[in-house]
Design a binder for this molecule. Structure first.
Ligand code: PEP
Ligand code: MG
Length: 328
């Protein structure tokens, strides 16, 4: 079956009834030849910058970061690359920035660390802005946002980085561009702030891994409760559906970049909800495309209605299995 998936990589991700879906990759380390060869990829929907930081022995300098980001942006140019600012804390630690907490997933994580260390954030953003010069395919995404103040402060720092660079800049060095700035929707509170986000960010992307963890109060790394971590829980499907409805209503561009999009059953439910931009592990892209190309969006919508009304995740899994068997 893998050969069948791979045989279709050059084809468009379009449903039988003509709904076009854009598929992006989640990545975070070196430029991968596989990804560059995948010319039919629509871009990088999530570039996890912390993955590279985790391989270093000290905080990389601005110049080192700039060179690194430029390599990534250039490799995928002209497709967009959504670079997420540092998302450490939780289960992701840097050997040179060590701290321990009793509840790391509820602690100092993502944007909280960046805002407590604006010097690190400014340096990272400056490196991204410089790397983007002459390319223009950078988008910046903020992780773990829970509050409007965090976004306002981050945007002020991004503007500060931009103006400071502009002041240092000589005209012959090229033009600095202000990229789009968006947020991850992965903390439940952020879902209820969509009217505010629509006014202050350019896009949002659902992190279904953390959203599932925080909605269900299940540590995503704890094997003892792994059976309870299920993004097909009706409450999760309902919140994902509400996000799509609100984003469409507010005309806020939205996507999803958690593992749910990498599962064909998840992808088809997301398409039924109205998601048209899905970002996933590169290894899942051909498989997801294969399945979407064989289904009608209208059939998926009917399935979605029954799944949204299910009383538990087990029932949702059964409905999905029956649907797939029926459409084989
Ligand atoms: C997520 O939380 O769904 C996500 C995409 O981010 P990460 O897995 O890096 O926390
Ligand atoms: Mg996350």
């Amino acid at each position: 079956l893998h050969d069948a998936f791979d045989a279709e990589y050059q084809l468009e991700a379009v449903t039988l009834d003509g709904e076009e879906i854009s598929l992006y990759a989640n990545t975070g380390l070196e430029v991968s030849n596989d990804l560059i060869n995948a010319k039919y990829l629509d871009g990088i929907g999530l570039y996890r910058t912390e993955a590279w930081f985790m391989q270093q022995n000290a905080f990389p300098s601005l110049a080192e970061q700039e060179a690194w980001y430029r390599e990534i942006l250039a490799a995928y140019h002209p497709s967009p690359v959504t670079m997420r600012t540092l998302d450490i804390g939780g289960d992701k630690c840097l050997s040179y920035f060590n701290f321990s907490e009793e509840n790391p997933f509820l602690g100092w994580r993502g944007i909280r660390i960046s805002l407590d260390h604006p010097e690190l954030f400014l340096e990272q953003v400056k490196a991204m802005l410089k790397a983007n010069m002459g390319l223009g395919n950078l988008k910046i995404m903020l992780p773990m946002v829970a509050d409007v103040n965090e976004v306002e402060s981050s945007k002020r720092l991004i503007q500060q980085a931009f103006f400071e660079l502009q002041d240092e800049w000589l005209p012959e060095q090229g033009k600095l561009e202000m990229p789009q700035v968006g947020i991850m929707l992965e903390v439940p509170s952020s879902v209820y702030l969509l009217p505010e986000w629509a006014k202050c960010v350019d896009f949002c992307s659902v992190g279904s891994n953390d959203l599932t963890q925080y909605m269900l109060a299940v540590d995503r790394t704890n094997a003892r409760v792994a059976n309870l971590f299920d993004s097909y829980h009706p409450a999760i499907l309902r919140v994902l559906n509400d996000i799509a409805i609100q984003c469409i209503d507010y005309q806020l561009p939205f996507s999803l970049c958690g593992e749910l999009a990498a599962d064909p059953e998840g992808a088809l439910l997301l398409v039924a909800m109205g998601y048209r931009d899905l970002s996933m592990s590169p290894s899942a892209i051909n498989k997801v495309k294969y399945v979407l190309r064989r289904l009608n969006a209208s059939d998926m919508e009917q399935l979605l209605m029954t799944c949204l009304a299910a009383k538990n995740a087990k029932q949702v899994h059964r409905l999905l299995r029956e649907f797939i068997i029926h459409h084989k």
